[in-house]
Design a protein around this ligand. Structure first.
Ligand code: GLA
Length: 388
């Protein structure tokens, strides 16, 4: 198989000038905390989107996805027009976000290859936005700090696709570190530190195969519930701005000022922020089992409080609990379908994956995708020389 740059040259008849790569991500602990200005432990993965691109000199943008052969063409002046369920929206959205920030973007040819599973909860869309952002940025002299590139991708989701997501996905794709989890604070929007996975344990990703499509999900409703809970709690605790400012004890003490639904949603987010910090302490103390327990608790809270799990994901967690080698598991990402992450003894990972997959197939008649994952490096971009 020839390289992506060679395929670009063969397809468009001229060389690419820029190469950008952006990985998918796994949310390890800290569910729906990002837009509540809370904490998350996450990592970038080895699976990534690779984009090669060259300015075309005109106003036309031509896109080619070599994974499935799909081709898209639009005039740069039409970038503001989204077409329902069309992947070129992610690219058009990036152009719109950059123009909003005062940059002038010309027409270009671009080709991509991706091995990030689609609609699984591993942030294939954030990886696409980030890779295109960096590639377009390098080609058209847009120099932004990494956190602003994360906001560009988030802006595509928020204003272009109408999904009120936080910064976690793009941020993890940009700031991921090879071999480590990152602990991020979404109030200061920074990586506080890296945290190593416990020695002797690895991550097994098991996809419930329930398509996780946040655009048609209750994601925005959850976000609105969190906001109204935070507003009411601020009346009780002056100075509190978001759910990040509320401790589990404070939430219990002020339960009477919330509706039952607001209380449940807040209990999840407040609990998750607390679990992230306890999780980091457990990892620092070398207590892998305590960390794994927090993953189980996180899933239970998703199920009971936040109602963002699915029967299939619950089944995968339950199967994991019954399988040797596993010490923790939870849904990862927005929820409402998609993947689960499992912390498993390294030497048992393959057997574990096989056993959970077999159990799931027996119950649902569907073979779930199993990925043996590891924290990978964050996004990067480089200019290509003639020889490449
Ligand atoms: C999705 C969103 C993120 C975050 C997670 C849940 O992945 O895109 O911003 O809210 O869900 O933690």
């Amino acid at each position: 198989m020839s390289s992506l740059t060679e395929r670009f040259q063969a397809h468009f008849g001229h060389p690419a000038t820029v190469l950008a790569e952006a990985p998918g991500r796994l949310e390890i602990l800290g569910n729906h905390t990002d837009y509540n200005e809370g904490f998350v432990l996450s990592c970038a993965v080895r699976q990534k989107v690779r984009v090669v691109l060259a300015p075309s000199g005109g106003d036309l943008c031509r896109l080619k996805d070599f994974r499935n052969g799909s081709e898209k063409t639009f005039l740069r002046s039409e970038a503001g027009h989204a077409i329902r369920h069309d992947w070129s929206n992610y690219v058009k959205g990036v152009i719109v976000e950059l123009e909003k920030r005062g940059f002038t973007i010309g027409g270009f040819d671009a080709a991509l290859l991706s091995d990030v599973p689609l609609s699984a909860g591993m942030s294939s869309s954030a990886a696409l936005e980030t890779a295109f952002g960096l590639a377009i940025g390098a080609a058209f002299h847009v120099d932004l700090p990494k956190e602003e590139w994360a906001r560009v991708g988030q802006g595509v989701e928020n204003s272009y696709l109408g999904l009120q997501t936080g910064l976690l996905d793009q941020f993890s794709s940009l700031f991921g570190q090879e071999g480590a989890l990152i602990l991020s604070d979404f109030r200061s929007v920074e990586v506080l530190r890296t945290v190593a996975l416990p020695a002797g344990y690895g991550i097994v990703v098991v996809n419930s195969m329930v398509k996780h499509n946040l655009v048609d999900s209750e994601y925005n409703t959850r976000r609105a519930d969190c906001r109204s809970a935070a507003e009411k709690l601020a009346g009780r605790y002056p100075g509190a701005v978001t759910l990040r400012d509320i401790s589990p004890e404070q939430l219990e003490a002020a339960r009477d000022c919330l509706t039952e639904q607001e209380y449940l949603r807040a209990a999840h987010v407040v609990g998750e922020c607390d679990r992230v910090m306890r999780g980091v302490a457990a990892l620092d103390a070398g207590d892998a089992v305590a960390f794994g327990q927090l993953l189980y608790e996180s899933h239970e809270s998703s199920r009971k409080h936040f109602a963002n799990s699915s029967p299939e994901q619950d089944a995968l967690i339950e199967l994991g609990r019954q399988t040797a080698g596993g010490i923790g598991a939870r849904l990862s990402g927005g929820g409402f379908g998609g993947i689960t992450v499992h912390l498993v003894q390294t030497e048992k990972m393959e057997d574990y994956g096989r056993a959970v997959a077999a159990g799931f197939e027996k119950q649902y008649g569907v073979v779930p995708e199993v990925i043996f994952s590891a924290p990978g490096a964050g996004a990067s971009v480089c200019m290509l020389t003639e020889k490449e």
